[in-house]
Design a protein around this ligand. Structure first.
Ligand SMILES: [Zn+2]
Ligand SMILES: [Zn+2]
Length: 301
């Protein structure tokens, strides 16, 4: 029985276990064990966020304690103290409970409304990968727009300034922000899967989105946010192999200069709108200006 499209029965989830892989079985077992779909989705989202966010911060905290890694630190003279990390950890944990406690429980009823499927088997990995890449690109533009807005007068002074407390960021600081900023930028993460599901339901021209895909997307986005605040750029970092990927250096420089490099995951929007900052951006701008003046000189000769 294909229960991919079932959205309201844990019994069909159980039936779907036959022939499923280990992740699909664990997924189905979770819903059956909890026995209440709203509670199961809410609790799953909350636990995934806490475990993945703080779990991803932990290696960066350990690396900060080891002098060997200083050579990879983007701002090597600014090592966060344990006191700073502890204060930041407490503030982020508190905000998770205050800001997310309510909206997280509304997600499952929304799934039912928008035909977001949660049974097993999952869609093919190719469909899931395409949907996640699409969310990464959309979120990046959303983040660029709102982050740039947050750097204007009133918005910076009253909202975004909190996030800029640390000029040399570290993992825990990724979600250290005003609740209004967490909510506005969070829409870029949660809003596009909802918009996708709405469009898929209305037009019937897109493959449905699965709740597991949304969970994977949120985990990858969390990893990206924590890593971009890590303060470390390694020779094996993704941006060294895939130059469109922003990586830690891009966002570290944003914290250092307080201006420019507004996008989250990729470098192209900052390049397109000429809002890159840092030494590399300066070199690129100078090279571009030189090329232009040389072309103008040749044209007028
Ligand atoms: Zn900023
Ligand atoms: Zn930041």
């Amino acid at each position: 029985m294909d229960i991919l499209h079932s959205t309201n029965s844990t019994t069909s989830l159980l039936q779907g276990q036959v022939g499923s892989n280990v992740v699909e079985r664990l997924w189905a077992d979770w819903y059956i064990y909890i026995g209440n779909d709203i509670l199961a989705t809410g609790l799953l989202f909350f636990l995934v966020h806490e475990i993945m966010y703080f779990g991803r911060c932990l290696p960066w905290f350990i690396i900060d304690q080891i002098p060997y890694f200083r050579k990879y630190k983007i701002q090597p003279d600014s090592i966060p103290t344990n006191q700073q990390q502890w204060e930041c950890f407490k503030a982020v944990l508190k905000s998770h409970f205050l800001v997310e406690a309510l909206p997280i429980w509304l997600f499952h009823p929304l799934c039912a409304q928008l035909n977001i499927v949660y049974g097993v088997p999952f869609p093919s990995w190719k469909i899931q990968a395409c949907q996640i890449v699409f969310f990464f690109i959309c979120e990046d533009l959303w983040h660029y727009t709102f982050h740039r807005l947050f750097h204007y007068g009133w918005f910076y002074k009253n909202i975004h300034k909190i996030h800029h407390k640390y000029a040399a960021p570290f993992g825990f600081a990724a979600e250290y922000a005003h609740p209004a900023e967490v909510a506005a930028l969070g829409v870029g993460t949660v809003g596009f899967p909802i918009l996708y599901a709405y469009t898929a339901t209305k037009t019937n021209s897109l493959p449905p989105i699965h709740l597991f895909t949304i969970t994977c997307w949120i985990v990858l986005r969390l990893f990206q946010a924590v890593d971009s605040h890590s303060g470390y750029d390694f020779p094996w970092s993704l941006n060294k192999f895939f130059p469109l990927w922003a990586g830690a250096e891009h966002h570290d420089q944003h914290h250092h200069y307080f201006i420019g490099n507004y996008a989250s995951s990729f470098t192209f929007w900052d390049r397109f709108f000429s809002t890159e900052c840092g030494q590399l951006a300066k070199q690129r701008r100078e090279a571009r200006a030189n090329r232009k003046s040389e072309a103008l000189y040749k044209k007028n000769m």
